[in-house]
Design a binder for this molecule. Structure first.
Ligand code: PRP
Length: 213
């Protein structure tokens, strides 16, 4: 196999997950330069690690991997649950820990025709469907916590990490739906064609994570 074929294309989520992922990779002994942690470059070649990073918006990572333009990717469980793409989930990286929760005002009371605002319409719809509750789901793209404050929705489904956003906006977590961490995912064909480097990386990361505990 030529050197070129062994290069792994990795869809990396830009922002906070990237910093934790690159740290984990470095801890695993992969020579990922620190300079890229704050870089605006979208394609980052890391020949010493036999990798190329495709710096994606987190929500797009499963799409790049499903279409095979990236062999593997790192993505939050929240995005995986919402996007439901045809990819292999290989490893729980244990980084970027947070949770998906139902949030509302402290004086929340059931209403007729409830509206729920969220960045995760599929996750929210499924959750309320399983509870047998009929709600209108409103898709927003950010600052979800605004919705109950200004009367757009009576509850929201969103990620809680430190709880700071809730605290500063006087909101309360009503129920935690599931825990979130970042996962290593792989394209189905790449997993067969580049099995050796992918499996090697997976094993290396697994050992590194075990040593962290
Ligand atoms: C996320 C999430 C919450 C916040 C939770 O928003 O949607 O608003 O982080 O974090 P905390 O519990 O530590 O406060 P993000 O920062 O991604 O911005 P967004 O408003 O654009 O979604």
């Amino acid at each position: 196999m030529s050197g070129q074929q062994e290069i792994l294309k990795v869809a990396m989520p830009k922002g906070r997950i990237y910093k934790q992922a690159s740290k984990l990779f470095r801890e695993a002994g992969l020579p990922i330069p620190v300079d890229f942690d704050d870089s605006r470059k979208l394609i980052i070649e890391v020949p010493d690690a036999k990798m190329e990073f495709i710096m994606a918006k987190p929500v797009d990572v499963p799409t790049y991997v499903e279409y095979g333009v990236a062999d593997i990717g790192i993505v939050g469980k929240d995005v995986l649950m919402e996007e439901n793409k045809d990819v292999y989930e290989l490893l729980d990286l244990g980084i970027a820990k947070c949770r998906m929760s139902v949030i509302g005002m402290p004086d929340w009371k059931p209403v007729i025709n409830p509206r729920v605002a969220t960045k995760y319409p599929n996750v929210a719809s499924q959750y309320f469907r399983e509870l047998g509750q009929q709600v209108e789901v409103i898709k927003l793209n950010g600052s979800i916590e605004l919705a109950p404050l200004i009367g757009l929705a009576d509850r929201i489904v969103d990620m809680v990490e430190t709880g700071q956003t809730l605290k500063e906006n006087g909101l309360v977590e009503m129920e935690s739906i599931f825990g979130i961490t970042s996962r290593l995912i792989a394209n189905r064909v790449s997993y067969r064609m580049k099995n050796e480097p992918i499996q090697k990386l997976c094993d290396l990361l697994q050992q590194t994570l075990a040593a962290r505990v």
